[in-house]
Write a protein that binds this ligand. Structure first.
Ligand code: TYD
Length: 213
């Protein structure tokens, strides 16, 4: 039996990483083998690409098309080396960001034509589509506030995306909500403005209703 494939999406500071881990624990308690991974990254090649994407190297700004293709390259590697083999063994896969991030950030955020992004996503995933996507929705200022708080706590410098203007992040949030309207069967919106336990309970309800774990 093949496993199920669940992705988490959302703007900066929406709590995806925390919720991905919590969902994985619940699925394990329900008796599944679970793999948690993330984009960009999740493979040695993907992690190297992640390093390229987070900061401009040697003072050279990354061109928007280069950025788009690097995300797709990281995804293609993750799908073929990690996600597909895991699903084939019956492992459930929980991925922190996937194709909808490219539609939201490079499409709605940077202004690339959505149809081209959907086509590039199709090439990268080779038929490996998520069974369910949880969109953690947060107001932009709340998300950005959480993120800068976390960066200060961990003494981490903000990356290229986090340094973008508030308007960029507003477009991403609105773009995600449009994507949820476009694919209502797959993308479920969860209100990420509450405490971690409440969000976790909502996520579990959505997963239970959609996939009967
Ligand atoms: P990360 O540190 O993982 O941020 P987060 O915790 O918000 O997921 O950095 C990933 C960044 O890359 C994030 O700002 C979103 C962006 N991104 C895209 O622009 N396009 C994509 O296709 C993906 C997967 C991520």
């Amino acid at each position: 039996m093949t496993g199920r494939f669940i992705t988490f999406e959302g703007p900066e500071g929406s709590g995806k990483s925390t919720q991905a881990k919590r969902l994985a624990q619940r699925l394990e308690q329900a008796g599944h083998t679970v793999l948690v991974t993330r984009e960009p990254g999740g493979t040695p090649t993907g992690e190297a690409i992640r390093g390229l994407l987070q900061h401009d190297h040697a003072g050279e700004a990354i061109c928007p098309v280069t950025e788009l293709l690097l995300f797709e390259a990281s995804r293609a590697q993750l799908v073929s080396r990690v996600i597909q083999p895991a699903l084939a063994k019956g492992t459930w896969v929980v991925c922190d960001r996937f194709t909808d991030s490219t539609a939201a950030y490079q499409g709605y955020g940077r202004g690339f034509d959505l149809a081209s992004i959907i086509e590039l996503n199709r090439v990268a995933v080779q038929g490996c589509e998520p069974d369910l996507t949880l969109l953690l929705d947060v107001e932009t200022q709340t998300g950005l506030g959480r993120m800068s708080h976390r960066n200060r706590q961990t003494n981490v410098a903000s990356d290229r995306f986090e340094r973008e203007a508030v308007e960029f992040h507003e477009r991403i949030r609105a773009g995600y909500l449009q994507l949820a309207r476009r694919w209502p069967g797959r993308i479920k919106i969860v209100n990420g403005m509450r405490d971690e336990q409440s969000v976790e309970a909502d996520v579990w309800k959505v997963v239970s209703d959609a996939l009967t774990p």
